[in-house]
Design a protein around this ligand. Structure first.
Ligand SMILES: [Zn+2]
Length: 449
């Protein structure tokens, strides 16, 4: 059976690479609303070519595609997105970002890894199942949004409004692949996020810095406010921040303990001297995958050019994000930040909310997790690492909350794939294994393995 899938997928490799090429050529940059409708239509074309019944649902920003096909008692929901990150800095790309370029066994292009390559893996799975099994072993439902890279602002209401249509037995999440040891990695959770700006204005215009003797400085105010949110070891110190967090259960602890220790590889890869609080091993994995954290993305204000300008800036702005774990409400977290700052005298520092998403996780002992793990071992030849959550954020919460569907990630990614960065790519070998794994999940869910 598996040999049949391998043979089918080997013969269709070029066709699937060509489909990926067509998607990568469309610069569907959601942050700038470029190429969105064109890419949406291209994805609809790929789905309809496979007999899927598609619908394009307008939202206030980028349309959501839904599609249905196949048949049977079991339905697999595929969550994907057709948007990508902006391509800049352009001069750091070896070859043009919106041109799929193959070299050294890799396929380069914006979106190849995140997540157009994974989308093609799902379509390839359907093709292979039809060829090898002679029919569709399960029913398929797709939900493919165009706003994932800007925080999925319209997905939750969409899913809430279409919950009956999207009901499924399991959900294959948009990304996955192998870890630094080339072991398959199955992530079954996503962190949430609360992004916000801190703003402080002290004077009505930029002042001569000699006045710094008597007038406060908004950059100092912002820096002090930020410093109060975290301790030196990286632990979040916002009052009441952890109130809603539920401790890990024994199954989560067991899964966490089985996650390999990549402390040293990570240290070398990222070029850092060490990790916050001296964390390593399971402690590092716990922080990275299962604990919330606060980040400063940038602090802006005053003069940053050549030489000297002795100015006392009128205003300072900082951009921050807080990564959340299940049950932490992004709105409530920002209220906690507000109260925390007020209590410390930072009533002059404004908190301006940006996007927020709740976290979502699947139970480690869900049968779908076992199926994705078993098929990963078949596709990759080694047992997978089960990650109770990704370190990253994705719109998992509406799937957990409104659809109550277990989800797990699988796909064609590896840690060196430079998602969001110049020279984003997938290795062809991973594209092949990602297609195979996706196909085995489809067959396995239909009881046909
Ligand atoms: Zn992304």
């Amino acid at each position: 059976m598996i040999d049949g899938f391998r043979a089918s997928l080997a013969s269709s490799l070029r066709r699937h690479v060509d489909e990926l090429r067509r998607l990568v050529e469309i610069p569907s940059v959601s942050a700038q609303h470029r190429g969105i409708d064109e890419c949406c239509q291209a994805v609809v074309g790929l789905l309809e070519a496979r007999g899927m019944r598609t619908a394009v649902h307008e939202t206030p920003y980028a349309p959501v595609i839904t599609a249905h096909g196949g048949g049977g008692d079991t339905t697999l929901l595929f969550y994907e997105h057709y948007d990508v990150q902006p391509e800049d800095p352009l001069d750091e790309w070896t070859t043009p970002p919106f041109q799929l370029t193959e070299r050294d066994g890799k396929m380069y292009g914006r979106g190849a890894a995140d997540t157009k390559g994974n989308l093609i893996c799902r379509l390839a799975a359907i093709d292979a199942a039809r060829e090898v099994l002679g029919d569709d072993p399960i029913a398929y439902t797709f939900v493919i949004e165009g706003e994932e890279e800007i925080g999925s602002p319209n997905l939750e209401p969409f899913i809430a409004a279409h919950a009956d249509e999207l009901r499924a037995d399991a959900c294959l999440w948009e990304s996955g692949g192998v870890d630094a040891d080339d072991r398959p990695r199955v992530s079954i959770g996503m962190k949430g996020i609360a992004t916000f700006d801190l703003r402080c204005r002290v004077s009505s215009y930029d002042l001569h810095s000699s006045l710094g003797a008597v007038v406060d400085n908004p950059l100092y105010r912002i820096a002090a406010a930020i410093a109060s949110l975290r301790d030196e070891a990286g632990r979040v110190t916002i009052d009441g921040f952890l109130d809603d967090v539920v401790p890990l259960g024994p199954a989560d602890e067991d899964a966490l303990a089985a996650v390999p220790d990549h402390t040293e590889q990570m240290r070398r890869t990222y070029g850092v001297a060490g990790f916050l609080g001296g964390a390593s091993g399971t402690d590092l994995n716990r922080r990275l995958y299962l604990a919330p954290c606060v980040n400063v993305n940038g602090i802006h204000g005053g003069y940053g050019g050549d030489g000297t300008k002795t100015v006392l800036p009128r205003e300072a702005i900082a951009k921050l994000d807080i990564r959340l774990v299940p049950r932490q409400n992004p709105d409530r977290v920002l209220r906690a930040v507000r109260e925390h700052l007020d209590r410390r005298g930072f009533t002059d520092v404004e908190v301006v909310p940006n996007v927020g998403e709740w976290a979502g996780r699947t139970a480690v002992d869900d049968p779908f997790v076992a199926l994705v793990a078993r098929t990963a071992e078949l596709a990759y030849g080694v047992p997978p690492v089960i990650l109770p959550s990704s370190a990253g954020t994705g719109p998992a919460h509406p799937f957990v909350e409104h659809l109550r569907v277990p989800f797990a990630g699988a796909g064609c990614n590896y840690p060196g794939g430079r998602a969001h960065a110049p020279d984003e790519h997938v290795r062809i070998e991973d594209f092949e294994r990602g297609r195979l794994h996706s196909a085995l999940i489809v067959a396995g869910l239909g009881g046909r393995l």
